[in-house]
Design a protein around this ligand. Sequence first.
Ligand code: CMX
Length: 441
Amino acid sequence: MGILKERFKAKADADNATIKELLKNHGTKKIGEVTLSQIYQGMRGITGLVSETSLLDAQDGIRFRGYSIPELQAKLPKAPNGTEPLPEGIFYLMLVGELPTEEDVQYITSVLQRRSHVPNHVFSVIDALPLSTHPMTMFVTGVMALQTESNFAKAYAKGISKKDYWEPIMDDAMDLIARLPRIAAYIYRRKYKNNEHIEPNGLLDWAGNLAYMMGYEQPGFMALMRLYMTIHADHEGGNVSAHATHLVGSALSDPYLSYAAGMNGLAGPLHGLANQEVIKWIFEMRKELGTDLPTKEQIGEYVKKTLSEGKVVPGYGHAVLRRTDPRFEAQMEFGKKHMPDDPLVQTVWNIYEVVPPILKSLGKIKNPWPNVDAHSGALLVHYGLVEYEFYTVLFAVSRALGVLANLCWDRALGFPLERPKSVTTRAVKLWLEGKEEIWGD
Ligand code: CMX
C-alpha cells in the first residue's frame, strides 16, 4: 500500500491547497438558485455536493476523472489476452487521479489478493439468514458483520488526529473491496448452487476471481465481469448509493457502515435493483406472449399495458442523463461481439427501438432513453446466470470502487458533517406570507 498511499497523499495535499485558494478567491460566488419546486422534487438539479471521482453530463454521459467510457475501454490496462479493462484500473484512476500503468494495475490486484481473507463469523452471520432472503439483504448483512474489522473505527476509538483520518479509511476501503467478491460469491453459491463453495484462485484478477468463485470460468463471462465491474463503478455523487455512502461517512461512520448504507439504497427498484426488474419484466412478457422473441408490435403493446397498470418501464429514464446511457452502449457493443444471435439480447435491442417513442409520447418523462440496467441482465443470462435476484449484488461489488474511493477523498479533503436545512410546508406557507424566514444559517 506504500506507493498508493504516497501518490494519494501527494495529490490530496495539492488538491487541498487548490481548494483553499479557490474558496479564498471565490467562496461567496453563487453556483445556482433553488426553487420551491426543487425542494419538493428530490432536490433534482441542485448542485450541492463535491464528488471528485467522476462527473455526469446530461448529454455526454459519465466521465471518470475526465475520461469517457469508450476512452477508458481503449486506455485502461487489460488482463493478459483480455479484451476488456481491468476494474482495478478505474479504481486507481478514481483514487490517484491519473491513468494507471500495467504495473500499477498489477500492484492493485496483488494488494486486493493479499487482503481478501473474510473471517468465518461473516459466513456464519449470512448462514443464519433463511435461504429465501434476498441476496442484497444477505450482502449488506455480510458487510455489516465484517465491520468488526474496521481499522478506522479502532483508530478513532484510540483518538486519531483529524489530519490522519484518510489513512485507516483507505485501509478499510482496500480491505472491503478485496473481500466483497468472496462475500458475493458465497451468497450466490449458498442460495443457488447447493451451498457448494469454490475457493478463491490466487492467480486471477479481482473481477476474474469473482467470476471463478461464482462458478463461471468461461473467458467470455470473465471478460463481461471485467467490463461490468468497470462501467458500474461510479456515477458522480448525487445518486442514491453514492450520496448515502458519502452522507453516512460524513458522520465519521467507518467505510463498512457507510458502504452498507449506500448499498441499502442501491437495493431500491428505482436505482440498482432495476437490473433485476428488467429481466423479470422481460421474462414475464415472454411467458405471457408465449415466445422467446416477441415482435416489436407485441413489445409495444406490452409496454403500454405496463404503463396503464401504473408501473414504470424498468431500465428506462434517468434523473440526470438525457440520452442513451453510454454504459448501455458499451454493453450493446459487447453483445454484438459475443452473442449477436441470442434471442434475449435481441429482445433488449428491440425494446430499445420500441420504448423511447412510447415514453416520449407521454410528454412527462424527461429521459425516454435506456440506462445501464436495461442491458446488463441479458448478457448475464447468456452465460447461464439466470438468477436475476442476484444481479444487484454484482452492481454493489462494482459500486464499492467508486463510493469507497470517494470516502478516501472525503476524509483527505476534510469534508465536514453533511447537514442540509429542511423545512415544513407550514413554514413554507408562512414564508410565502412574509411571516417567517426559512433560510438555513
Ligand atoms: N417508465 C414509466 N414512467 C417513468 C419512467 C419509466 N421508465 N421514467 C420516468 N417516469 C415517470 C416518473 O415516474 C414521473 O412520473 P410522475 O410525474 O407521475 O411521478 C415522470 O415520468 C417524470 O419523471 P422524470 O423526471 O423523467 O424522472 P425522475 O428523475 O423522477 O426518475 C428514474 C428517474 C430513473 C427514477 C425513472 O426514470 C424511473 O423510475 N425509471 C425506471 C427505473 C429504472 O430504470 N431505474 C434505474 C436508474 C439507473 C440506476 O440508478 O441504476
